[in-house]
Design a protein around this ligand. Structure first.
Ligand SMILES: [Fe+2]
Length: 277
């Protein structure tokens, strides 16, 4: 007599549109003592994201920049629209007008505009709002983030052991600083504060205002909420770094689903190269 044993197949569906599955205890990288091997453990062997601690940027400087962002986004819409950027990402991006760039898109169904408003600044040629102290506070945090980025670039070059990458980073660096406001938002299918994407930068340093809202996707496709601490900076690798390493470095997908009002301040660092896909 023979028996046929049928093993029930358990199909676990991970709905990436639902809230993250867990609160992540993110790896912390101590900038004061980090090595190229530390970066390798996170960006090659790990999931491609970490929190930077002991990064040398005074929290008062970060808080002042968030206060500046709040003052800016409290301005009348007519004023903000008067400094709308013209495709150069120096100026205002109104709410619900930006769709995630196709290069970084993770899910092609996520094509609705992102529910946030932002103002962008680069090293030169910016439009500054008429708010006392605003330019000083924003330029101060940008300078600090650039100094930190220069240290990280050196460590990434050390990690990658590809010396020519160093020549792709001019001094001063190419960067874009974005001051983003996410309004309070109930989660709805297909609608995001910021749809899942990978950054097109070399790397991104993200400051948060203390409120949780960001989630990141690990190598198994599971989303995790990221702590929103103001004194820790989220570091994610972008597509430039991934492509320079032929995919060895993970550029982690991340998104903002919705929730309470929240401010975020990503600092995008670009290498001097063209991305080819
Ligand atoms: Fe991003």
């Amino acid at each position: 007599m023979s028996h046929i044993v049928i093993t029930a197949a358990i199909i676990i569906t991970i709905d990436i549109r639902t809230r993250a599955h867990g609160y992540i205890d993110m790896k912390q990288l101590d900038v004061a003592s980090m090595t190229g091997d530390d970066l390798r453990r996170i960006f090659v062997s790990g999931d491609g994201y970490c929190l930077l601690v002991n990064h040398g940027i005074d929290m008062q400087i970060i808080k002042a920049a968030f206060d500046a962002a709040k003052s800016y986004h409290a301005l009348p819409i007519q004023y903000k629209m008067s400094m709308k950027h013209k495709g150069d990402f120096k100026g205002y991006q109104p709410i619900d007008t930006q769709i995630t760039h196709i290069l970084g898109r993770v899910d092609n169904e996520e094509l609705l505009p992102n529910h946030n408003e932002s103002v962008f600044f680069k090293r030169e040629g910016n439009i500054w709002p008429d708010i006392p102290g605003f330019q000083h506070d924003v330029e101060t945090v940008a300078n600090k983030l650039e100094n930190l980025s220069q240290k990280l670039v050196v460590k990434f070059v050390d990690m990658l052991e590809i010396s020519h990458i160093a020549s792709m980073f001019p001094k001063p660096l190419y960067y874009t600083l974005r001051l983003t406001r996410y309004p309070k938002m109930q989660y709805e299918p297909g609608r995001y504060g910021l749809a899942a994407h990978r950054d097109t930068s070399f790397m991104t340093l993200l400051c948060q205002d203390g409120n949780q809202g960001l989630s990141v996707r690990d190598r198994f496709g599971i989303w995790h909420d990221v702590p929103g601490d103001m004194n820790k900076i989220v570091l994610v690798a972008g597509l430039q770094l991934r492509d320079m390493t032929f995919g060895e470095v993970i550029a982690a997908p991340h998104r903002v689903v919705g929730g309470e009002e929240r401010y975020a301040m990503p600092f995008f660092v670009m290498a001097e190269t063209n991305i080819s896909h």
